[in-house]
Design a protein around this ligand. Sequence first.
Ligand SMILES: O=P(O)(O)OC[C@H]1O[C@H](O)[C@H](O)[C@@H](O)[C@@H]1O
Length: 280
Amino acid sequence: MGIVKDDAHGLDKVVLKTPQGASSEVFLHGAHVTSFKTASGKDVMFLSKESVFKPPKAIRGGVPVCFPQFGQLGPLGQHGFARNTAFEVVESSDSSVTLLLKASGREDERYPHPFELRVSVKLEDEALTQEMTATNTGDKPMDFTCALHTYFSVSSIEKVHVEGLDGVGYTDSLQGGKPLTQDGPVVFRQEVDRIYLATPDTIKIVDEGAGSCVEITKTGFPDAVVWNPWIDKSKAMGDFGDDEYQVMLCIEPAVAGSGAVTLAPGKRWTGTQSLALSNL
Ligand SMILES: O=P(O)(O)OC[C@H]1O[C@H](O)[C@H](O)[C@@H](O)[C@@H]1O
């Protein structure tokens, strides 16, 4: 199944490649994508230099899979337990992999639901697609919220803006969930932590400093979280460099502020995101 041990951390991962030279790494711990390098040589994802690769702690950067809870929107610990749990590889090729978490319902007494969570990753020369499918394998309805909590690498946070959210309503997590409406592109001059509700399915990160643009296309996820921790929160996070807020940005396709998904027994839910890089 193409599983190798990571030299630096000793954890199992799968390395994806395309014939033209794009590459991506996916750790079994959390079904966590930690890098996406395009064939043209650009590193799209941010991974903190301070990240702790010690399960059950989540990796800091890349794409933590938040499931069956986003943030504090439920009884579980922050962002649910999928990101803290080992997945198994059920299918792989040179440029794609599918990982599976079979939950028995006994992982956490606050979430007594058996489920299967499948995360697949497909690499192309200038694009990466992730699909997340949750199946309720129990006999009771199951509620969840979730996100593909994607950390992007940027040249310099003040040279970046986000397009596609103009006129969209959001709740500001830094103001107790106050409802507001976006006016123009999103820019970053201070801490930002917002849940944009029922957003368009295409959002763009325009990086004037790097002369590039990442187009995020999502399906199934109604919402999108936008986060940059800025100075004080960066200092407060033990697994994040004090200055790293300057070179990262999270845009997270999510089921969050628009309400939980309720899955009847035997039913399935799917969400996807595709990341495509282009020059400005
Ligand atoms: O530190 P973590 O649990 O990984 O969470 C990191 C961040 O995730 C999301 O973006 C939330 O909206 C933030 O409030 C949170 O700080």
